[in-house]
Ligand binder design. Sequence first.
Ligand code: SR1
Ligand code: MG
Length: 404
Amino acid sequence: MGWDYMLLTPEAIPAYVAGTPRLAGLVDPATLQVREVGDGNLNLVFVCRDADGRGICLKQSLPYVRLVGESWPLTPHRATAEARGYDAAAEWAPEFIPAWYGFDPDRFILAMENLDHETIWRTALNEGLMHPGVEDDMGRYVARLAFYTSVFNLEQKELKGRIAASVNPELCEITENLVFTEPYLDHDHNSWRPGVEPAVMELRHDERHVAEVNSLKVQFMTAAEALIHGDLHTGSVMVEMDGDRGHGKAIDSEFCFYGPVGFDLGALFGNYLAAMARAAARGRPADFTGWVGGLVSGTWAAFEDEMRRLWPERSHRFLNDLYFEDWLLKMLRDGAGFGGCKAIRRIIGLAKVSDIETLDGDAHVAAATAVLRTGSRWIKERHGFTSSSDLEEIARDVIGVEVG
Ligand code: SR1
Ligand code: MG
């Protein structure tokens, strides 16, 4: 389908803001300075600041995948899904997202707080910068959505209505293909450097590995547990320090839908794994590698703590405490499985990560291989995991340095 809506330009934004009542009071359109900063895979992103220093960020969906170009059309309604994610988080987890200024459904434009003074977490991790506490924030963010948008909090008809309204088939199809399918097939989207080939082939010829990935894919496609972010990698988190404590805000929820809670945990875990492998390759100091090596446990502990805090508020008393303990263990194991898949796709498939891509020569091969092997062990061994340290111990063994 062709799409007919006006794309924003830096020059057009002051008039757009002035003509949009919910935005006009936030900044002074007459003195607005605008920069296009979209360096992601999909969208246009504009950061704007007025002469008094007041800011706003506008994000507009393109009708195609920016990473590839107009040859890959993609529904701009992904902005509708992103708005749904922000609406939910603004209600239940507002401290973990940018201030949310609403959605223009005719032009697929999202408006939010300008975070141009903050850093993308992946960039900070790549540079060896610590933001301790962000891993805690993200665990609590996942927990809040998991609790408040699920059967734990919502009445049956409300829940069914939300599940139906949140289907996001085009974006889910990208994930189904890029995360769970293409890495295991010959596909134009795939590439790797020659030294990584043995580890790629190990995965592809490992029937147990592929069967477990199949199982995780079907779970991703069918388990409507809660409204999830859907793409919660370290490039979807903005970070800043406040004294000794780092703070994180989740952005870019366009893959949002009712799916498995463990998929959001796994996105974090899998990207922490890439950061660990990079930290080892770069020979980062012990305080940094120790912190990065403990991110999985940090996020898990915060998730668990937040869920335990919320559990007594559940609206359905038939959900008993023993069920909850089983559910928590399942989330840990799901996080490990999805985390393995998310890490592996970033090595083999489309949309690789700078953590590993910017390493050269043997360092790249060692880090990429370690991510593949750790990811595969997380996937295959997850059914026996009882603690987040199980994931970290495997990463430490495979990467071969002291992390965590
Ligand atoms: C075609 S979009 C490629 C990737 O970018 C997003 O961040 C998602 O992870 C998606 O898989
Ligand atoms: Mg994204």
